[in-house]
Design a protein around this ligand. Structure first.
Ligand code: ZN
Length: 357
């Protein structure tokens, strides 16, 4: 595999022609992934790197959104590369084509040394997909933007903000379900609006509940982490499926080669080819299922571990609302009523509080 080394942060061409890690650059790559998982926006990451005087891959001073974006999406940083196998496009003409997604592409695992773990990479992709789905860049707007959802199970809308009392001393920001008045004259849910202060208070209450039982909370995760770490069942299935896929693929190649050199009944050939192709597809599908299972476990573990790590670093209780802590620790908030708001933390735990108390 060859990389555009000159502008590729983190690697240089090694002696054997394979990518070799440049530790000083790899640090920057890890920092970018870390900052994103801490809840920083891509814009925020650019500002941070520029302020720190870290040069861009092109040697410039100012970091841009596309640069950081492409680093966060670069699967090569996890040590894996997408295998662009050529494939037989037409079994009669034996046309060989480059695979652009027509047949399942698969990852070559550990094709070169990774700078970040596969789990961190997948976690970032998951976060990015979530932010795209919400349709808002996290950089846009307020800290609560696209973070608060409606607790009415019939609705599940996202809360949007509104300023009340503009130009008066009573000016304040409120948050209400976007779905509520979508159809004119028809109220879809009864979930009330909440103020900035109520949301902040709900977060402080929920987070302090965790902080005041910090050591018990962390200990309770031990067996869960142990279970999530154990992927031996998935690993065994993956290994066996990978080896059978490789065998089937080799058989297909043999069949195609054979057909090119020897005259044979094309009907029989077609049947053989299709049977093999079917088995190949089936095995790839099963493989994808176990890979996904394994990654789900590891991603969940990573989320819990980084949450607990931050928790360990905190002393005492939260006295006031802290944007950085909120961003780093919170997955979302849900409003059920004025007296029942929940905070779902990044480890997956949901804590209900009464911000009116
Ligand atoms: Zn609603």
């Amino acid at each position: 595999m060859s990389l555009p080394y000159a502008r590729f942060l983190g690697y240089e061409r090694g002696e054997n022609g394979k990518p070799k890690i440049v530790e000083s650059e790899a640090k920057v790559v890890r920092l970018i992934f870390d900052l994103y998982l801490q809840g920083k926006t891509i814009n925020g990451i650019c500002r941070y790197l520029t302020d720190q005087g870290i040069p861009t891959p092109g040697g410039k001073e100012k970091w841009s959104v596309p640069t950081v974006n492409s680093i966060l999406r670069q699967e090569k940083y996890s040590g894996n590369a997408l295998l662009q196998k050529r494939y037989v496009a037409n079994y009669l003409t034996k046309e060989i084509r480059r695979n652009n997604g027509e047949i399942p592409q698969f990852f070559v695992q550990d094709s070169h040394p990774g700078i970040i773990s596969e789990t961190v990479f997948n976690l970032v992709q998951e976060e990015m997909a979530k932010n795209r789905k919400l349709g808002t860049r996290r950089s846009a707007g307020h800290i609560f933007s696209s973070m608060v959802s409606c607790g009415d199970p019939r609705c599940n809308g996202i809360f949007g903000s509104k300023i009340w009392g503009t130009g008066t001393p009573y000016r304040r920001r409120i948050w209400q379900c976007n779905e509520k008045y979508r159809i004119k004259g028809k109220i879809n849910c009864d979930t009330p609006f909440v103020t900035d202060e109520e949301l902040q208070r709900a977060f402080i209450l929920a987070f302090n509940q965790i902080l005041c039982n910090k050591s018990d909370y962390i200990d309770a995760y031990e067996p869960i982490i142990a279970d999530l770490t154990d992927t031996s069942r998935q690993d065994a299935e993956i290994a066996s499926l990978q080896s059978s896929s490789t065998d089937i693929y080799a058989e297909i190649e043999r069949l195609v080669r054979d057909n090119a050199h020897h005259a044979q009944n094309q009907e029989t050939y077609r049947e053989k080819y299709e049977a093999l192709a079917g088995r190949y597809e089936e095995s790839k599908e099963k493989l994808a299922v176990f890979e996904a299972e394994k990654q789900t476990k590891l991603i969940r573990r990573q989320k819990i571990q980084s949450f607990l790590e931050k928790l360990r670093g905190m002393d005492g209780l939260l006295q006031s609302f802290d944007e950085a802590i909120f961003r780093a620790m919170t997955e979302r908030m849900t409003v059920f009523s004025k007296r029942n708001v929940s905070v779902t933390f990044r480890d997956g735990r949901e804590v209900h509080v009464d911000p009116g108390k």
